[in-house]
Ligand binder design. Structure first.
Ligand code: PRX
Length: 568
């Protein structure tokens, strides 16, 4: 029997107080996610239960009970407090998926500071814009990543502490740097957790838009109410589960469902800190007897490529529930997973901004392969007419996905950018920026994004950010960046550039430019292809027409070109 029981029954009189009651929370109470994910579970008698099974890329292993993670959260929190870090301060977590990332997240929240997780593969420029915008006071990182921080620390006046968790003493520490080793620190048994309230900020995740710099999505401790119940009903987490969320906490799936979900429910989770490999992934599931698996379409398509033989080599009989998020989950992937695992991947749809799952295929629900399912109870989701912004009643007619504001884990604002936050609301609806249809049975079907943001392997890349970085390369005069179709990642980044006089259009230069972007931004933002042009298509007013280049890549009709410069 799944946790949700019947969907139809649950939506009838749904109220978020169901979640509040289960968590023992009442309006006005103190609510601290760090406490809920560790101390509370210990108080419930599960102190000795395994909370965390971790494996590194070199085969290293670590295991922690709920009492261990409670103590680690206290110890890191107490260390940060000792430095003078206080509630509301931004503390960036810039690490691979090592235990300190997960435990540091709890520590930061326990002192009421704001956790700002950033993907460890980010280059110095990606890091810089996000630390500058958040006015981050401390960054917790590893030796292998500190070089990138050193490059930018002098232009970040708010950054006071660069905390290195694996300093081996071989090389001297530099300006602002301090070493902290969880292993060598005395565990802090008694700790005054900061009494955060519902609206106290908790997590700041950066997400990319079409224009401008990345936006800091501000979440609050009350988001737990949404994350807890969606984990329980959608991921169906139960007491004896072994859960694996493959997402990196640099992105929202990796925090909402890769830390908060399992631990607030007192469920054991495991983490594998490696890149993708079908054999390693299946081996990990078999070894730890994983029961619930939350992953992403690009990974699933990569598994499909590895073929059924790879599946048959491992005993995956422990699996009982599979879910996916981040990009369109094609019908073939659902059908394939049913065939090879005997279980369908359940698609879920949400965003950094929504903080928790909004649309989903529930356990026990009839899955229509290729559909994102239905709104979570308590969520009003509609399709709006793009012109009038009124809900479309007719089934199967495409429009904008919108939600009625007011769910617990909704972002509270964009950091230092209230204006853009407000622009997301029209006629009392929150505009997701995605397009979809709803069929006669109430199932949502993804159509596409309503902007130029590139979703590559589930990660959003801003064409603006890549275009700006390209212009910093000595050879590039102009740039335009669009999505290009890809079998596995669905979309990859493609750049069109014109060169400055004196530079030749060569394959060697293409590689140099690619590498330049990889280092500055990240491997995800690196164009997979650079096409040289003599001129970029522009409107008469001089604006580069990305739309045209995009249509060319996707073999679509280029539409109205009457404003094109060369049309005269
Ligand atoms: O375009 C939608 C796509 O990913 C966007 C949100 O990305 P992000 O804020 O990085 O959060 C990703 C993880 C929650 C959405 O606006 N997206 C997410 N889930 C799906 C999806 N597109 C199609 N189907 C999905 N299930």
């Amino acid at each position: 029997m799944s946790n949700i029981g019947s969907y139809e029954e649950q939506i009838k009189d749904f109220d978020w107080s169901i979640s509040e009651k289960e968590l023992g929370y009442k309006d006005g109470d103190v609510i601290n996610i760090g406490w809920y994910c560790s101390d509370r579970i210990c108080e419930m008698g599960k102190a000795d239960k395994t909370a965390f099974i971790w494996e590194g890329f070199g085969g290293q292993k670590k295991q922690y009970t709920f009492n261990d993670i409670r103590l680690a959260g206290n110890t890191i929190g107490s260390y940060l407090r000792g430095l003078g870090i206080k509630d509301g301060d931004r503390v960036c977590l810039f690490m691979d998926r090592i235990p300190e990332l997960y435990l540091g997240f709890l520590g930061v929240l326990k002192i009421g500071a704001i956790a700002q997780p950033l993907f460890s593969a980010f280059g110095d420029e990606s890091l810089h814009v996000r630390l500058e915008n958040a006015e981050t006071r401390a960054i917790i990182t590893q030796r292998k990543h500190v070089k990138k921080v050193r490059k930018i620390r002098d232009s970040l006046p708010h950054l006071e502490f660069i905390i290195i968790v694996d300093h081996d003493g071989k090389k001297p520490l530099q300006e602002k740097e301090i070493a902290f080793s969880l292993k060598d620190a005395d565990p802090v048994e008694e700790f005054d957790i900061f009494p955060t309230k519902a609206e106290s900020p908790s997590v700041l995740h950066y997400t990319s838009g079409t224009t401008g710099q990345p936006k800091g999505v501000k979440h609050v401790h009350y988001s737990l109410i949404g994350q807890y119940l969606t984990s329980k009903w959608v991921l169906d987490l139960q007491d004896d589960d072994i859960y694996w969320c493959t997402a990196d906490p640099g992105w929202v799936t990796g925090t909402s469902y890769g830390i908060i979900a399992p631990w607030s429910l007192g469920v054991t989770q495991c983490v594998l800190d490696t890149g993708f490999s079908a054999d390693a992934w299946y081996g990990f599931i078999a070894k730890h007897r994983v029961t619930v698996w939350y992953s992403a379409p690009t990974a699933i398509r990569s598994l499909m490529k590895a073929g059924e033989e790879a599946v048959l080599k491992h005993d995956l009989s422990s699996l009982r529930h599979l879910a996916s998020v981040g990009e369109p989950l094609n019908a073939e992937a659902v059908i394939w997973s049913e065939k090879v695992f005997g279980l369908a991947f359940h698609d879920t749809y949400w965003q950094t901004e929504t903080g928790a799952i909004m649309l989903t295929n529930f356990p026990g629900m009839n899955i229509k392969p290729g559909s994102m399912g239905k709104p979570f109870p308590g969520i009003t989701g509609v399709i709006l007419d793009p012109e009038t912004h009124e809900p479309i009643q007719e089934p199967n007619k495409p429009g904008l996905i919108a939600f009625k504001p007011g769910w617990p884990s909704m972002m509270r604002t964009y950091w230092n950018n209230e204006e853009t936050f407000q622009s997301k609301f029209v006629n009392g609806w929150y505009l997701s920026g995605d397009r979809a249809t709803i069929d006669q049975d109430g199932y949502f079907w993804f159509v596409g994004r309503d902007d130029d943001v590139i979703n590559t392997g589930g990660h959003l890349v801003s064409p603006f950010e890549v275009e700006s970085a390209l212009l910093e390369h000595e050879a590039v005069a102009e740039s335009a960046v669009v999505a290009k179709p890809d079998d596995v990642n669905m979309e990859v980044v493609k750049a069109f550039v014109t060169l400055k006089p004196g530079f030749n259009q060569s394959a060697e230069l293409e590689l140099k430019i690619m590498n330049f972007i990889r280092k500055k931004l990240s491997p995800l933002a690196m164009p997979q292809e650079i096409e040289y042009m003599d001129n970029l298509p522009k409107t008469r007013s001089g604006k580069i027409m990305r739309r045209l280049l995009h249509a060319k890549e996707w073999g679509e009709d280029i539409g109205d070109t009457s404003t094109l410069e060369d049309d005269d």
